[in-house]
Design a protein around this ligand. Sequence first.
Ligand SMILES: [Zn+2]
Length: 399
Amino acid sequence: MKFHDNSFGRREKKAIFLSAAALAATLTLTSCADHSELPDLPPLYQSTEDTTTSLNPDQGETTFSDTSASVTEGTSATTETEIPEDSAAPDRTEQIISITENEIPFDVHYIYDENLYDDENIVLKEGSDGYTVSVYRVIYENGEEISRERISFTVTEPISKEIIVGTKPSYTEKTETRIENMISFVTRYEYDSTLEAGITQIKTHGSDGYTESTYRITYYKGNEIGRECVSEKTYAPVDKVIVVGTKEQAFYMPFLDAAHGGYNYPVTQSFSSTHRALDFGVWYGDAICAIRGGKVIAAYDEGYFSKDNILWTYGTYVVIEHDNGMRSYYAHLKSRTVSVGDTVSGGEIIGYSGNTGRVNPAPTAGKPYAGTHLHFEIRVKKGDVYVTTDPRQYLPYWN
Ligand SMILES: [Zn+2]
């Protein structure tokens, strides 16, 4: 603690010299503890010993008697002693004043808290300045100060202010990428005459279009306060392309088949060494179709099997010769719609199923549809002859 004592003026020093003996002898007036709470003091030189100053007449030129004192309050308290007029002596008064001085600003201590935002703080303790209260004796002569002496002082230490200061950033930001503006892909069809009809292939897998946007988002204390698009990339949708075959089918089933929205039938008798054909369990009157384009080379109506026409085992039947050295046979028909010499396309109706020829069980008057089935053969030319072959290696269901 540094005391910044007032420096005394030249005239004050002189005054001290003049009255030094008297001051040294009886100075007891040092009762000011607090400059702001000085009580109204009684007249200093009237009755009480403690507050009487008597200047020795032998040491000074001035004799003070019958003095009185008064106190005023303010930033400095004053105790004034009036010295009555004397014809020979100068008009001398004495004042005890206390002055607050040497203000020492308080320090500020910061305590950092990472849980508090950086623009927030909490005052934990208010600070207060330190100061010194000095008590002076001031002597005036003819109204002019001639001496000043500090006779006591009280030091009040400053109190530090304590502030909790946040360090958690109140402004933060992050980037976020979003997929936006989805555009669904469309499906497109292309046609290929080298691909068999009914066959489809996926040429391109479709993908949706979209925009990939990256935003910079600003937060204040965790709440979004700003959003800026910093990059944007748009991807166009890609069409899905399906190739559809248009080439005529190599083989059709010998009836309207499931692949064409028609029927499918079970094989009721397989190809074997004793039955060189496939029998299908069709319904009486169902449409029978050419398995491939060709020309009708045989068409017979042999009627129902009997002891008299024992060789007419195929009943009503059609034979078609195809372009690839193959013939196909459709037997036991109820009726046919083509004749020898007709040209037919694959899948075209050539007749209707029935139970003519040799079928088992044979139809009777009571069971006119008994034995209905399609007897179907394929014969392939080998050398000069046509040889029955298992149709499964040609028909689309088994290919
Ligand atoms: Zn058969």
